[in-house]
Design a protein around this ligand. Structure first.
Ligand code: UT7
Length: 326
C-alpha cells in the first residue's frame, strides 16, 4: 500500500557560484559598456555578479549545489528518487539537464529526472511540482534545483539587459515528512505577455533561427512583477491561514532591489524581513531563490521552524509562490 505522507519538508539547501564576483566597474570596462556603476546601483541595486567561464554548463554549476544540499540533509545520491532542474539555459536541447545531473551525481537507482521551464519562476514551479509528487506517495526524496548560465544568452551590446544578470545554482532536498513543511503553493501563467521577456530563437535546420538573445521591456516587466508578486503572496498566505505578521522571511525572485522593496512595501512586510542577494548575484533567474535561501540558511539568518515565503515571476509570463515552515 502506498504511504501518503502528510507533508513535504526541505531538509537541506545548497548553492554554487562560478568564479570570483565581477563588480559593475569591472564588467563595464571588460565589455566596453556605455554605463556606470552609479546607474546600475541606483536603478537595480546590483553591485556585482558571477559569470561562468566559457564552456561551464548548468549541470556543472548544479553539481556542487546538489552535493551541498544532500550533505546538509544527511542524504546520499542513492536516497534521491526524483530530480527536477529548473533552467532556461540547459546544457543541450536534449537530453535534459536533470538527466545529465543525475549521471554526474551518480544516482544509479532509476530516479525520475526532468527539466522544468518557467524561466525565473522555475524554482517555485519545481518545488510545487515535487511537493505534489511527494504528497501523492509516489516519491519520497527529491532534489530540486535552479541552475542558470544566463551569460550565454545576453546581448553584450544591450546595456539595458546585460548588466542585470548573473550565473549560479541553488538546490534543496525535499522529503516526505510528518512535520509541516510546505504549507501552500500557487502557480500562474499568462502567455499573452510572452513578448515582454523572451529569447525568441530556435535551433532548426542546423542553425539558430530567430534571435538567440534575451529581449526585455524592462519597465513593463517591473510593473507586472510588483503586482503579481504581491497578489500571489497574499494568495498563499490566505490558503494557509497565515497572516503577514506571522511571516518571518520573504524571499522574492532576486531581479532588482527596487522590485523587492516595492513588493515588500505592498505586502506590508518590514524591509528587514526581505532577504536580498541580488546586490551580489545579479538576477540568476531560476537559481535566484534557492541561492538566496541557501545563503540565508548558512549565515544563520533563516532558522529551523521559521515561516518563509518564496515567490517568483518571469518570462511566459509565469509567477508563483510557496509558503513553508523551514
Ligand atoms: O526576472 C525578471 C527580469 N527582469 C527584470 O526584473 C527587469 C525589470 N525592470 C527593471 O529592473 C528596470 O526597468 C531596468 C533596470 C531594466 C531599467 O530601469 P528603468 O528605471 O526602467 O530605466 P529605463 O529603461 O527607463 O531607462 C532609463 C534610461 C534610458 O536612457 P534615456 O532614454 O532616458 O536617455 C536608458 O537608455 O537609462 C538608460 N539605460 C542605461 N544607462 C546606463 C538603460 N540601461 C542602462 C545602463 N547604463 N546599463
Amino acid at each position: 500500500m502506498i504511504q501518503t505522507p502528510k507533508f513535504s519538508r526541505i531538509t537541506g539547501t545548497g548553492s554554487a557560484l562560478p568564479g570570483a564576483p565581477i563588480g559593475n566597474a569591472e564588467l563595464i570596462a571588460a565589455r566596453g559598456l556605455d554605463s556606470s556603476d552609479e546607474w546600475i546601483v541606483e536603478r537595480t541595486g546590483i553591485r556585482s555578479r558571477h559569470l561562468a567561464a566559457p564552456g561551464v554548463t548548468a549541470s556543472e554549476l548544479a553539481l556542487p549545489a546538489c552535493r551541498h544540499a544532500l550533505e546538509a540533509a544527511g542524504r546520499t545520491p542513492a536516497d534521491v528518487d526524483l530530480v527536477i532542474v529548473a533552467t532556461s539555459t540547459p546544457d543541450y536541447v536534449f537530453p535534459s539537464t536533470a538527466a545529465l545531473l543525475q549521471a554526474k551525481l551518480g544516482i544509479a537507482n532509476g530516479a525520475a529526472a526532468f527539466d522544468l521551464q518557467a524561466v525565473c519562476s522555475g524554482f517555485v514551479y519545481a518545488l510545487s511540482v515535487a511537493e505534489k509528487f511527494i504528497r501523492s506517495g509516489s516519491h519520497r526524496c527529491a532534489l530540486i534545483v535552479g541552475s542558470e548560465v544566463f551569460s550565454r544568452i545576453l546581448d553584450w551590446s544591450d546595456r539595458g539587459t546585460c548588466v542585470l544578470f548573473g550565473d549560479g545554482a541553488g538546490a534543496v532536498v525535499l522529503e516526505a515528512s510528518d512535520e509541516p513543511g510546505i504549507l501552500a503553493t500557487a502557480l500562474h501563467a499568462d502567455g499573452s505577455h510572452h513578448g515582454m521577456l523572451s529569447v525568441p530563437g530556435q535551433v532548426g535546420g542546423g542553425q539558430v533561427t530567430g534571435d538567440p538573445f534575451l529581449r526585455m521591456d524592462g519597465q513593463a516587466v517591473f510593473k507586472f512583477a510588483v503586482k503579481v508578486l504581491a497578489d500571489v503572496a497574499n494568495e498563499v498566505l490566505e490558503t494557509a491561514g497565515v497572516s503577514v505578521d506571522q511571516l518571518d522571511w520573504l524571499i522574492p525572485h532576486q531581479a532588482n532591489v527596487r522590485i523587492l522593496s516595492a513588493t515588500a512595501k505592498k505586502l506590508h512586510v518590514p524591509a528587514g524581513k526581505c532577504i536580498v542577494s541580488v546586490d551580489r548575484h545579479g538576477n540568476t533567474s531560476a537559481a535566484s531563490i534557492p541561492l538566496a535561501l541557501d545563503e540565508a540558511v548558512r549565515q544563520g539568518t533563516i532558522k529551523r521552524g521559521e515561516t518563509v515565503l518564496l515567490e517568483g515571476v518571469g518570462g511566459g509570463f509565469t509567477w508563483g509562490a510557496a509558503l513553508l515552515k523551514f
